[in-house]
Design a protein around this ligand. Structure first.
Ligand SMILES: *Cc1c(COP(=O)(O)O)cnc(C)c1O
Length: 381
């Protein structure tokens, strides 16, 4: 269907941070399947875990238990350092659907009737998650939606405080807005959101579908702010390329669902869980959080040092950055980067997203930084 337009490249294979198109041309992958290919392409640990699991037990449905899902849930709770219960899904939007159903149930039990989310925020494309999504261009034509969502400007703690009353069931926020253009909030915003939710009894839902699993140099982006949400949603980088989503309920929020309240036939698929465990093990074993902070800083500093009339600056943390332009030329930058052998993403008209694999090397980062002035020049013609 025409919903994706015409993709610019047809990819055939990958290895590490490199991919090859069907004509054998090599690119350095600086978008990583939209912050998904955390270990890069064809990482031996991922290949081994997935191959072993598919040859052992590929599917059980939710009628039966299997070891990888238990290990993964325990592992996520351990990384959070909090008592957690996990619902496993297949994608980001499904993780948010689970969070929304939990919040609706919590609201009904406590006389709380509305939800708060951020303008320009992105939570997914299915109707529940879409109703929380604040981007008019992808939301408006499918509304109206049957739940009451009130939108506030992202990063404005006073606006949030005014919007959240004792009638609010939950607040959905990204710790940094991804699809809006990799937009971090001002310091202290997440802490303020936590305080507002705790004071009013609204659930704080951190949508970390794009920001977690090492992307910012932390397991979870909210950990940098020293706050703990009530619900946490994960997907993208968790499976390293295999489809998986997770809705994590922390403390009391983990026991809102009763038997029969929710489900998924494929959710918690053993192969995807094995992939996620391999991703988490590899991040730990190869000390990738420290690596992401170091090479992310190199990438950020490298871009910030470039003086070019089309480049305004760079924002974001870890290996999750936006190069911000002085004009609406991101599509041309993306095309010029491709021509120069780099895959990047024209995220907003004036912002180019960079989300390379967490294993990207310092040399690869340097080669991108060295090529960027020429790419900007070609896009500025
Ligand atoms: C990508 C994304 C989603 C949706 O995930 P899908 O797997 O595409 O359904 C939701 N929230 C955020 C913050 C995302 O970045």
């Amino acid at each position: 269907m025409p919903n994706y337009g015409v993709p610019p490249v047809a990819l055939a294979r990958g290895e590490g941070s490199a991919v090859w198109d069907v004509d054998g041309r090599r690119y350095l992958d600086f978008i990583g399947g939209i912050a998904v290919s955390s270990l890069g392409h064809a990482h031996p640990a991922l290949v081994e875990a997935v191959s072993r699991q598919v040859a052992t037990l590929a599917h059980t449905s939710n009628l039966f238990l299997h070891e990888p899902e238990v290990l993964l849930a325990e592992r996520l709770g351990g990384l959070l350092g909090a008592p957690a219960r996990v619902f496993l899904a297949n994608s980001g939007t499904e993780a948010n659907e689970a969070a929304l159903k939990l919040a609706i149930k919590y609201g009904k039990a406590n006389g709380r009737s509305y939800f708060v989310a951020a303008e320009m925020g992105f939570h997914g494309r299915t109707l529940g998650a879409l109703s929380l999504t604040g981007k008019p261009s992808i939301r408006d034509q499918f509304g109206p939606f049957p739940i009451d969502v009130r939108f506030v400007p992202y990063g404005d703690a006073d606006a949030l405080k005014n919007a959240v009353t004792g009638d609010c069931a939950a607040v959905f926020l990204e710790p940094t807005q991804g699809e809006a253009g990799v937009v971090p909030p001002p310091d202290g915003y997440l802490r303020a959101a936590r305080e507002i939710c705790s004071a009013t009894g609204a659930l704080l839902v951190a949508d970390e579908i794009q920001s977690a699993i090492g992307r910012t140099g932390h397991w979870f982006a909210h950990q940098a702010d020293g706050v703990l949400p009530d619900l946490l949603t994960l997907a993208k980088g968790l499976g390293g390329g295999m489809p998986i989503g997770a809705c994590v309920g922390i403390g009391a929020a983990g026991t809102i669902f009763d038997k029969g309240d929710h489900g998924s036939t494929f959710g918690g698929n053993p192969v995807s869980c094995a992939a996620a465990l391999a991703v988490l093990d590899t991040i730990e074993r190869e000390d990738l959080l420290a690596h992401v902070r170091a090479v992310g800083q190199e990438l950020r500093d490298g871009i910030a040092a470039i003086r070019h009339p089309l480049l305004k600056g760079v924002r974001g943390r870890g290996l999750w950055l936006a190069a911000v332009l002085t004009a609406d030329r991101s599509a041309r930058v993306q095309a010029a980067a491709q021509e120069a052998g780099f895959l990047v993403n024209a995220l907003q008209p004036d912002a180019v997203r960079l989300a390379p694999p967490l294993v990207v090397t310092s040399t690869e980062v340097r080669s991108f930084v060295d090529a960027l002035p020429g790419i900007l020049e070609a896009a500025n013609d």
